[in-house]
Design a protein around this ligand. Structure first.
Ligand SMILES: [Zn+2]
Ligand SMILES: [Zn+2]
Length: 355
């Protein structure tokens, strides 16, 4: 077995041992094996681990290396808390990944680490690990989307959905923002939209749009040019147009990325996204179709029934007809109706009021 501990130098002057405080994260078997090897570091003098004193700890956020000095033979050794491996995340990368997975950040991560009496992670290391992880995730996401496209392609071909030799897929698309809109406030600074294969339920395309960058914004306030930076601002215009922008990009690049046509779009009742796709003409010989998403349609339907119940311009005795039980039955009734049967300009009327 090969260990990372190193003999630093021999015949050095005696140095005072230091007290190591707090707790450390270690690769347990790796650390024990290093100690075992150090126990027989000099058979000529018969030194053991008892003769070793820690004289220095070098910290790299959650990773440590300890320098030991033998009080018998004066040799120095270095032990590492964790093992480095190209095939595995190190402890710092693992901690940052954990923070990202739970929607946290450096401050929260350090509060947790400090509470356990572990070392904390520095700003520099956090940012470095964050960038590395982002690159890995981007690569993994791209590979996953390519595999999903292959799966969708096989299913489309087996169903005969092919146009001029190119598989034609049915896809679902939707968007969400960093801030809830409550159907009135569409001012979020970031939005993410994705395109999902209907037959596999797997993501085929995802895009993020930001209309705010703190470096650019601060420079604008001072009326100066921003310093060189990695700018995350990639969108101008309204927050609602982020959805159209990402989805249109997905359609326009599907042939080049995955050699497929996104032939039918299942989406919410908002016609603007489909209009933008239609105008962008992503496929020279194919016109994209649209199907209304039943979930969105029923949500809007239920929402409008609830609004009717609150509409004081309607006499109370009439609104009382819309009991909670009847609202549920109306929704269930519509759910049983096949989506293909819904006209695109569907209009419901209750007591003369449009729903
Ligand atoms: Zn020794
Ligand atoms: Zn910027």
């Amino acid at each position: 077995m090969c260990f990372n501990f190193q003999i630093l130098e021999a015949e050095v002057p005696f140095e005072t041992s230091v007290v190591i405080e707090g707790r450390r994260i270690i690769d347990i078997q790796f650390f024990i094996d290093q100690i075992k090897t150090l126990n027989n570091h000099n058979t000529a003098t018969g030194c053991t681990f008892d003769n070793l004193n820690i004289i220095k700890e070098r910290k790299d956020s959650l990773k440590s290396s300890f320098t030991f000095l033998c009080n018998m033979c004066n040799m120095q050794f270095q032990l590492f808390s964790t093992q480095s491996s190209a095939a595995k995340m190190d402890v710092n990368q693992g901690a940052v990944t954990g923070a990202l997975m739970i929607g946290s950040g450096k401050s929260n991560l350090n509060e947790l680490l400090a509470s356990i009496d572990l070392l904390t992670i520095t700003q520099f290391t956090y940012e470095k690990c964050h960038d590395e992880i982002a690159t890995w995730w981007q690569l993994a996401a791209e590979n996953s989307m390519q595999a999903a496209a292959q799966e969708e392609t096989s299913k489309a071909i087996s169903c005969g959905d092919v146009k001029d030799g190119i598989p034609v897929l049915t896809v679902i698309a939707d968007c969400c923002w960093s801030e809830r809109s409550y159907q009135t406030n569409y001012s979020a600074a970031s939005g993410v939209a994705d395109i999902i294969g209907y037959r596999t339920g797997k993501v085929l395309y995802i895009g993020v749009k930001n209309k705010y960058c703190v470096v650019c914004a601060r420079a604008a306030v001072k009326s100066v040019l921003p310093a060189s930076h990695k700018c995350f601002k990639n969108h101008t215009g309204s927050s609602t147009s982020m959805e159209q922008s990402v989805i249109v990009e997905g359609f326009k690049t599907s042939l080049a990325r995955q050699n497929v046509i996104y032939g039918t779009l299942i989406a919410d009742g908002d016609a603007s996204t489909y209009k933008k796709i239609f105008e962008s003409r992503p496929y020279p010989n194919y016109q994209v179709q649209k199907i209304e998403c039943s979930n969105h349609l029923l949500r809007n339907y239920s929402g409008k029934i609830i609004n009717l119940c609150k509409d004081t311009s309607i006499p109370l005795q009439e609104r009382r007809f819309l009991t909670a039980d009847r609202q549920k039955r109306l929704r269930t009734c519509w759910h049983g109706w096949h989506a293909d049967a819904w006209p695109s300009n569907m209009l419901f009327v209750f007591e003369g009021h449009k729903i």
